[in-house]
Design a protein around this ligand. Structure first.
Ligand SMILES: NC(=O)c1ccc[n+]([C@@H]2O[C@H](COP(=O)([O-])OP(=O)(O)OC[C@H]3O[C@@H](n4cnc5c(N)ncnc54)[C@H](O)[C@@H]3O)[C@@H](O)[C@H]2O)c1
Ligand SMILES: O=C(O)C(=O)C[C@@H](O)[C@H](O)[C@H](O)COP(=O)(O)O
Ligand SMILES: [Zn+2]
Length: 362
């Protein structure tokens, strides 16, 4: 087993990230070690429930927990404020009190919305993250960002709320579709870009999903460890943590432009990382050849580098203008110096002007 510990003494928070093939079979015992409570609500989505819901429910019941399953529709469109009343009603119906536990069993959508429910219900109850998509295992289950989207933009309502433990079983990735596996690889590649050139190089040697799966425990552990290191230095996203947003300024704008349909988070972030790096290389802010390296690794892992229809950029830029990480109308964009190192730059939306195809955005 790989075990990492996230320590945030200023927030009086400390939690373990456990990574082991087959760990889902021991989930009842893991949760039982964390709490004296007897009630657990498992929040999941229909897909994940169909594969793993019954087994998780049974294991928790075997440990004496009274278990309620809250099963949501899969997909980004579930991550909205309008879902919250339904979730809160189900938590009340299940009789969950302040000393009980919410288990988030699913991908990043479930982790974010169940985490937001845990942060708000009764002003906060314990949360255990059991991420089941690659993206959730390498990124969203760690670091405490929870929340929901608004039509105006991604993750515009939420909070920082840390789990009491993150339980990662890489074996569950076997049932993930290729599309969502690629989504997770976008965030994996992001870590190589902003933090670790050797890690990036190792991704260039793993040419297929099967090859990635041979190294999966190590890959997940490396990503979680980078995120741990960043979050421990800047929990509230005021400085260093913004590096984890590489590719997201444009990526989030693309997702919002498409109303959170048609393009998923990792694919949008892949386009954001490649497009931004092309622009910053043209402006001599990034070492020549970096965009090529990035496009190569994205292609290898079945990810796009650009929008199929470049005419939509004009309209996407109106969402970039609304990005939440602004200070005095200045955007924070994360640019690579070269593969493995990055820095935050303050700029305005005109940084993206080369994407315009004539006319003004509105
Ligand atoms: N909080 C954070 O720090 C953070 C970080 C990165 C991304 N995110 C958020 O995460 C979300 C994307 O997460 P995602 O890509 O996991 O999407 P997702 O939760 O929609 O999961 C992707 C799909 O895979 C299915 N699925 C999940 N695990 C499965 C499994 N083991 N087997 C079969 N199917 C499975 C789900 O049902 C869903 O259809 C976005 O909302 C993004 O904004 C949050
Ligand atoms: O944890 C972080 O910090 C990140 O930026 C990780 C991102 O991959 C993730 O998509 C996150 O949800 C973005 O946060 P936001 O604050 O830009 O909405
Ligand atoms: Zn992301």
């Amino acid at each position: 087993m790989n075990e990492l510990n996230v320590n945030l003494p200023q927030a009086s928070v400390s939690y373990a990230i456990k990574i082991e093939k087959g760990l889902l079979q021991k989930v009842g015992k893991e949760v039982a070690q964390l709490t004296k409570s007897r009630r657990v609500a498992v929040i999941t989505d229909r897909n994940v429930d169909s594969y793993y819901g019954a087994a998780v429910e049974q294991q928790l019941a075997d440990e004496g927990f009274e278990v309620s399953m809250i099963v949501l529709q899969p997909g980004e469109q579930t991550k909205t404020l309008s879902m919250m009343p339904q979730i809160f009603s189900q938590l009340i119906e299940a009789g969950l009190t302040r000393s009980d536990v919410i288990v988030a069993l699913g991908g990043g959508v479930i982790g974010d919305i169940a985490g937001f429910a845990a942060a708000s219900y009764l002003r906060g109850i314990d949360l255990v993250q059991i991420p089941t998509s690659l993206l959730a295992q390498v990124d969203s289950s760690v670091g405490g960002k929870v929340g929901v989207d608004l039509p105006e933009g991604k993750n515009l309502v939420g909070s920082f709320y840390h789990p009491t433990q993150v339980i990662i079983d890489p074996e569950v990735l076997n049932t993930l579709t290729d599309h969502y596996f690629a989504d997770g690889m976008a965030e994996v590649i992001k870590y190589g870009c902003i933090w670790d050139a050797d890690f990036f190089d190792s991704l260039l040697k793993l040419e297929s999903r099967d090859a990635v799966m041979t190294e999966i425990e190590w890959i997940i552990a490396r990503c979680c460890d980078i995120k741990r290191e960043v979050v421990e230095q800047d929990e509230k996203d005021k400085g260093l943590r913004m590096l984890l947003n590489f590719g997201h300024t444009l990526g989030h704008a693309i997702e919002a432009y498409y109303h959170y349909e048609h393009i998923t988070h990792g694919h949008a972030v892949a386009i954001g990382m490649a497009t931004l790096t092309e622009i910053s290389e043209a402006r001599e802010l990034t070492e020549t050849g970096t965009a090529d390296q990035l496009r190569r690794v994205l292609k290898m892992h079945r990810l796009p580098s650009e929008m199929e229809d470049t005419k939509v950029y004009n309209d996407i830029l109106s969402f970039v203008r609304k990005d939440k990480k602004q200070l005095n109308n200045q955007l924070h964009v994360v640019l690579l110096n070269s593969i493995g190192t990055a820095a935050t730059h303050q700029t305005d939306v005109s940084f993206f002007d080369s994407l315009r195809t004539g006319g003004q955005d509105h």
